[in-house]
Write a protein that binds this ligand. Sequence first.
Ligand code: KE4
Length: 426
Amino acid sequence: MTRSESLFQRAKEIIPGGVNSPVRAFKSVGGTPPFIASGKGAWLTDVDGGHYIDYVGSWGPMIVGHAHPAVVAAIQEAAGKGSSFGAPTEAEVQLAEAIIACLPSMEMVRLVNSGTEATMSALRLARAASGRPCIVKFSGCYHGHSDSLLVEAGSGAATFGVPSSPGVSQATAQDTLTLPYNDLPAVEALLAARGAEIAALIVEPVAGNMGCVLPVPGYLSGLRRLCDQYGVLLIFDEVMTGFRVALGGAQALYEVRPDLTTLGKVIGGGLPVGAYGGSKALMQQISPAGPVYQAGTLSGNPLATAAGLATLAIIRQPDFYPTLERRTQRLTQGISRALSQAGIPHLGNHVGSMFGLFFSDQAQIVNFAEAAQSDLQRFNRWFHGMLQEGIYLAPSQFEAGFLSLAHDDTLIDRTIEAAQTVAKQL
Ligand code: KE4
């Protein structure tokens, strides 16, 4: 028995599923997840001495690589001065300023501890500001695990939502309406019918939780137009895309200005940070400036803000994004060539340094229903084959992959070679 196997067995006795977040358990791909001992740059090392080139990057935060010296030093320096005070600190002001400098739609920002807190709070603000009860989300988009967002389409998509998890009440679910992603006519029909009840529409501007699915041309600007027409707030959930697909996020890349933005992952540099923000008129309604309550013991704490500031300092260097874009293109094109040479039908895509791969002969995949039709068994063989070759990919078809600054051409070539080997076994 490997150390990971024995640790997993021990963990399952005392932690649900043996993990502290479900996707880590490898349930959809099968097998035992390697227990990680350390990370450095693009590499992970597991407790049995296995080494992997890491394309999960803790699901997005590790854009400058694991244990980046500048990030480690910043955390160490902050830790020596105290890890949390529950009182305002300069670093929180600096991180808020750094975020706002990159996302002009955010005139004000509140720091929280996770993406879930960010989206939950943004929805509360939207309901308060509009006085309307309902929200609209999209199948296949994930916005964290708050009750309102663990809801899927009911029988008639535009009618009542149904809970997607036990423990979410029907009373909560009924205020969440779910539509297919990339379907503007469906949004128009729903807003025409029920716009007066809808506070906000929340969307991943580039979807990373159904695999990587891009907005079709005009989709995001269409959402903006329809939200303006019906007085609905547009929330871009950029927890994954923020500071990932571009320095200004997807809203800069697609030139669509949301009313509220939620952030996470990269802005914490691997420590727990989330954020939500928008116009002053909206954000001044948040306590204690306004009546909408939201709080957090560790929000903006010194270690997390130090890690976030050190990370943002690195990614704001001029050639950071062009370098990552170029390397991600090389990676995805190399993998696609390997699969094509082996005659394997697939769809690969990327936006910035976020990428995806479906095993499908469909011409394009624009929503969750189409993503779900891809060959999940082949994906599992691909996942385990690449893991055997020392390449650590996301253990689910319905996730995205991420590069970091540490993924240099040598590692990308090594990954492509692994893909050439595995493609023959699919
Ligand atoms: P957290 O609460 O996990 O920090 O963020 C929730 C969240 C919100 N919005 C988007 C677009 C997200 O992708 C996420 C979280 N992403 C998942 C990966 N698909 C985190 C991994 C996990 O759940 O363990």
